[in-house]
Design a protein around this ligand. Structure first.
Ligand SMILES: *[C@@H]1O[C@H](CO)[C@@H](O)[C@H](O)[C@H]1NC(C)=O
Ligand SMILES: *[C@@H]1O[C@H](CO)[C@@H](O)[C@H](O)[C@H]1NC(C)=O
Ligand SMILES: *[C@@H]1O[C@H](CO)[C@@H](O)[C@H](O)[C@H]1NC(C)=O
Ligand SMILES: *[C@@H]1O[C@H](CO)[C@@H](O)[C@H](O)[C@H]1NC(C)=O
Length: 403
């Protein structure tokens, strides 16, 4: 990666992109450290005299474990010293800042300096920061892609105007090849091998990072978008008050759910009839309050909730579709399918082939089994969590939550 630390160097777009990703990953990593050790913030305990001595150029140039090592060293030497008396002292000393209403971990900062949310907007290395952004996209579209699907993704991305930030998650490690497309230069590429859409979403789409976006599209790579217009879609979603939605699916391709089938006679639909016995309640999945997870669109608020529901060890997301309703109220009115802007699900077994042959079973079989296992685990956890909640509250659980 050359010597990116030297100031004022013009980088090739390729390197810029890599740097962006590196930075981004760094930020996310930092965030997780923060989350994992909430009571032990590094800067909180570092004597201020120590800070200037960390040479940023050095860190960047070496780009090695050394800097991390230094930090970890400083950290561990301070670790034994988590003095609660220190905190109490501070609480009493009015000259020291302590604002309990600040975001967790940032209580020592004056509220005016806090930037608790971020964005995915690309900035320049020169000029006035206030003039960096000529446009602030209001929507985010993410695709989880392998290079083999490039034609499809190229067609899909072209359906999204400059009002969208485009973010590609690459599961096959091939990113530079995409530069053949003009749009690739303004795209954010995140490359981590053999991970799934929900794995990426949990790690890279934290609600505080995607906060500027009104709507967040989290899409698969095998969708045909010939009959889809993104701006029109958003108009309909707003008009019908949909917090979680998906485009209708073209009916002729092995559909499993009635709900997500495209209808010819409506703009949007929010409920359906299923096969007899499939729905315990007409307002519950799969008859209402239900969309699938292949082409889901979330409002900012809905995503803030759904992000918290995504479990870190469950990657395929099976069962999530049945649970989305927990994030909006009333779910049967705020979850729906947009018929007027519809897509074709091409069912290309893509990630399935990224599995591993085991015990004489084909890779896709292993993936399929894991999908089912995850679904069971997720249901179990949800049921347990709900039971504990009602028990703690001393309430008899209502029947309708049994799902
Ligand atoms: C803990 O803090 C005290 C002063 O508050 C200091 O004397 C001591 O060396 C510190 N211990 C460690 C392990 O840093
Ligand atoms: C805080 O200040 C009050 C009054 O100034 C004093 O009574 C109290 O003991 C102090 N608490 C601590 C933890 O220092
Ligand atoms: C982008 O958004 C603006 C403001 O909502 C709108 O006027 C414009 O038509 C949009 N661009 C496209 C290509 O639809
Ligand atoms: C809840 O379910 C139980 C048994 O499954 C039934 O006896 C009861 O009437 C149900 N309550 C409601 C409010 O539907």
């Amino acid at each position: 990666m050359g010597t990116p630390g030297r100031s004022g160097i013009i980088r090739k777009p390729n390197e810029t992109m890599r740097l962006i990703i590196t930075t981004f990953v760094g930020v996310v990593f930092g965030f997780f450290i923060g989350v994992s050790f909430p009571s032990l913030s590094l800067t909180k305990h570092l004597p201020s005299s120590l800070l200037p001595s960390i040479d940023l150029t050095y860190i960047e140039d070496k780009n090695s474990g050394l800097s991390t090592q230094t930090l970890l060293h400083a950290w561990s030497s301070l670790k034994g010293n988590r003095s609660s008396s220190n905190q109490a002292q501070n609480l009493n000393d009015t000259s020291k800042i302590w604002v309990p209403t600040n975001p967790r971990g940032a209580e020592r900062l004056p509220p005016g300096i806090i930037a608790s949310e971020s964005d995915l907007y690309l900035r320049r290395l020169w000029g006035k920061p206030s003039e960096d952004l000529t446009i602030k996209p209001k929507y985010l579209i993410t695709f989880t892609v392998g290079y083999n699907q490039k034609k499809n993704i190229d067609a899909a991305v072209k359906k999204f105007s400059e009002n969208f930030t485009i973010l590609l998650f690459h599961y096959d490690g091939r990113t530079s090849e995409w530069d053949e497309f003009e749009w690739s230069k303004r795209t954010i590429h995140v490359s981590v091998r053999k991970q799934t859409k929900w794995w990426y979403a949990k790690r890279f789409l934290h609600p505080d990072i995607v906060a500027p976006y009104d709507y967040i599209f989290i899409w698969d790579e095998d969708l045909g978008v010939e009959h889809f217009d993104a701006e029109e879609y958003i108009k309909l979603v707003r008009k019908h008050g949909l917090e979680i939605s998906q485009p209708g699916l073209e009916p002729n391709r092995g559909l499993t759910w009635q709900m997500t089938k495209k209808r010819d006679d409506s703009e949007v639909h929010k409920e359906t009839e299923e096969r007899p016995g499939w729905c315990t309640d007409p307002h519950l999945p799969p008859c209402a309050a239900f969309v699938e997870i292949m082409a889901t669109v979330f409002s900012r608020d809905a995503w803030r909730c759904v992000w918290h529901m995504i479990q870190n060890d469950l990657v395929h997301g099976w069962g999530l579709d049945f649970a989305l309703r927990r994030c909006v109220e009333p779910a049967h009115e705020k979850i729906g399918v947009v018929d007027a802007q519809w897509i074709v699900h091409q069912t290309v077994p893509t990630l399935g082939n990224e599995g591993q042959a085991q015990n004489g079973k084909a890779p896709w079989q292993g993936v399929r089994e894991r999908c089912r296992k995850e679904w069971t685990m997720f249901q179990g956890r949800m049921t347990d969590a709900e039971k504990s909640y009602y028990k703690a509250m001393g309430i008899v659980p209502p029947n309708s939550t049994a799902h």
